[in-house]
Design a protein around this ligand. Structure first.
Ligand SMILES: [Zn+2]
Length: 304
């Protein structure tokens, strides 16, 4: 059985209605039949290995304050392949040390593993695949809507946040996403009181940066990716509620829980993966190197 998605490209707001999913005849191996970019050479997600990334000292860090502004409208929807929150009047990030131009948040959504299965996140970090990954999708703020920026070079900037389900207590901020109003495909709810997306961020905002694509059709290679190093944490009970929280349509007309809605990792090819670190991380390493050098120096003296 395969979950069948008649996707109205809700994620990016396109009007084209094309069927795609995560398994079967319309699974990722067949996406390129209808969406040629999915077979191109700057695709996402990828496996990030810290030791193979390069420090970019001119790359600035995100600040928590950039995310404080509460969107005017927030609508949470079960779109048949994910849990998504569409934003209106959201914050804009306007700091060219962090992103190449000014970007506004348009929506965020999640990818996760089905109950009893491994995996979940789209990116890997140092060989690890987390239970889930949040994607906050931003678009160049010179455009009126997210859909207008999808085919533009660097039109989108996506922030990826890993979700680790090992917390001993519930994450009360994540709780806002685990609501009964999205049980059935198409169901949605507008929050009476919106909230700042800052509540979904970890403390440490160090990140990896590379140029890639949407991880769902049409796989447009217009994404400036930022993948946070530190995950957020939710409880195992919250993990289970997400896995049993949303239903999508099956090809036989019945329903099943949505999950395993992640794409497999793609070739990095000749792309460079850089990283932005806090001064303390960078200087801590420099300090360590100096310490080793001093130790080696005195070690050499003592041998005389
Ligand atoms: Zn995504």
């Amino acid at each position: 059985m395969s979950i069948r998605f008649f996707v109205v490209m809700a994620m990016i707001g396109l009007s084209a209605s094309v069927e795609w999913g995560y398994e079967g005849p319309h699974g990722p191996d067949h996406w390129a039949d209808d969406f040629p970019d999915c077979a191109s050479n700057k695709q996402s997600p990828i496996a990030i290995v810290h030791a193979e990334t390069v420090t970019n000292s001119s790359l600035g860090l995100f600040k928590h304050s950039m995310f404080y502004s509460v969107p005017t409208t927030m609508n949470i929807i079960n779109n048949g392949h994910s849990l998504q929150v569409n934003l209106d009047g959201a914050y804009t990030i306007n700091d060219d040390t962090v992103l190449p131009t000014s970007y506004r948040a348009g929506q965020f959504h999640l990818h996760w593993a089905s109950e009893g299965t491994e995996g979940g996140s789209e990116h890997y970090l140092n060989g690890k695949q987390y239970f889930a990954e949040i994607h906050i999708v931003h678009f160049q703020s010179r455009f009126a809507a997210l859909a207008d920026a999808v085919d533009i070079d660097q039109g989108l900037a996506v922030l990826g946040i890993f979700v680790d389900p090992t917390a001993e207590e519930d994450n009360m901020e994540f709780e806002r996403l685990l609501i009964p109003n999205t049980t059935l495909e198409g169901q949605n709810m507008t929050y009476v009181n919106g909230f700042s997306l800052e509540v979904l961020l970890p403390h440490n905002l160090e990140y990896y940066r590379y140029e890639g694509s949407l991880t769902t059709p049409p796989c447009a290679e217009s994404v400036v990716w930022s993948v946070l190093k530190e995950p957020i944490r939710i409880s195992p009970a919250q993990k289970l509620r997400l896995q049993r929280g949303l239903q999508g349509h099956l090809s036989d007309g019945s329903t099943a829980y949505i999950g395993n809605n992640f794409r497999s990792i793609q070739q990095i090819n000749n792309r460079e993966i850089t990283r932005a670190e806090t001064c303390s991380s960078a200087s801590a390493k420099a300090y360590h190197v100096v310490t080793l050098a001093v130790a080696a120096f005195f070690g050499a003296i003592l041998r005389f």
